[in-house]
Design a protein around this ligand. Structure first.
Ligand SMILES: Cc1cc2nc3c(=O)[nH]c(=O)nc-3n(C[C@H](O)[C@H](O)[C@H](O)COP(=O)(O)O)c2cc1C
Length: 216
């Protein structure tokens, strides 16, 4: 698949067919994804392929609580869990394809990052650190792209990360590791390719962040 087309048309897929994804295919996907960049090329990721039905159910219940908080907050028009926002908003139940049908999702991947192998360049600042994630999310996105290249769809999610302490026990997350993402993959009937994104001029300015927009 053409790289430009892949970037412009790979949307979040949360509904999958029942077609199984074999180990050969999954290893091929991870074998491509591992070429992602990371700070100092430390490659801090560890992937758990979650197959056990009981473990899946337990993590789904953790995700459900977070999802309901998310829906409740989003309904008020705020960005849920955003910096500087308190979240004393009532949770709201809503269907969620990957949580409700986690037993049928072909591939569930928990992706951890070893924080001993990540440079926390902004870890000392008086705001949430973001640079550590940059050493694991390109890898996560490569997984979705590598899946797409083989006709599969998928989605990166972070709702389980909010429940990391509880999820750590269930998944055997080693100490010093962060639960960066839970990725769902599978074959799809249809790829969600019509993506809504802001135009370049809405997020690019010249010289300074308060500079004039970059346009053609
Ligand atoms: C860092 C990150 C975290 C995300 N977390 C979640 C999540 O917790 N649950 C979920 O359903 N989707 C999650 N998503 C998927 C986004 O909702 C999705 O990429 C976005 O809405 C754009 O969707 P589209 O590509 O189909 O247009 C996440 C995506 C990223 C990159």
């Amino acid at each position: 698949m053409d790289l430009q087309e892949a970037m412009r048309t790979t949307g979040a897929a949360r509904v999958f067919t029942d077609e199984a994804v074999g180990d050969d295919l999954l290893v091929d996907i991870l074998d491509d994804a591992r070429f992602a960049p990371s700070g100092g090329n430390r490659q801090p990721w560890h992937v758990a392929v979650v197959r056990d039905a009981a473990i899946r159910r337990e993590i789904a219940e953790l995700m459900r609580g977070v999802w309901e908080e998310y829906v409740g907050a989003a309904a008020t028009g705020v960005t849920p869990f955003a910096f500087g926002r308190s979240i004393d908003i009532a949770p709201s139940a809503a269907p969620n394809a990957v949580i409700d049908h986690i037993d049928r999702v072909p591939v569930v991947l928990a992706v951890a990052a070893d924080l001993h192998r990540v440079a926390l360049m902004d870890g000392h600042l008086d705001r949430p650190a973001v640079t550590a994630g940059a050493s694991v999310y390109p890898f996560c996105w490569n997984i979705v792209l590598a899946a797409r290249a083989r006709g599969l769809g998928g989605v990166i999610t972070t709702f389980l990360s909010r429940e990391e302490p509880a999820a750590a026990d269930i998944l055997g997350l080693p100490s010093g590791h962060a639960l960066a993402a839970t990725i769902f993959l599978g074959h799809v009937d249809k790829h969600p390719t019509k993506l809504t994104r802001r135009p370049v001029s809405a997020f690019t300015t010249i010289d300074r962040f308060d500079g004039p927009p970059l346009t053609r």
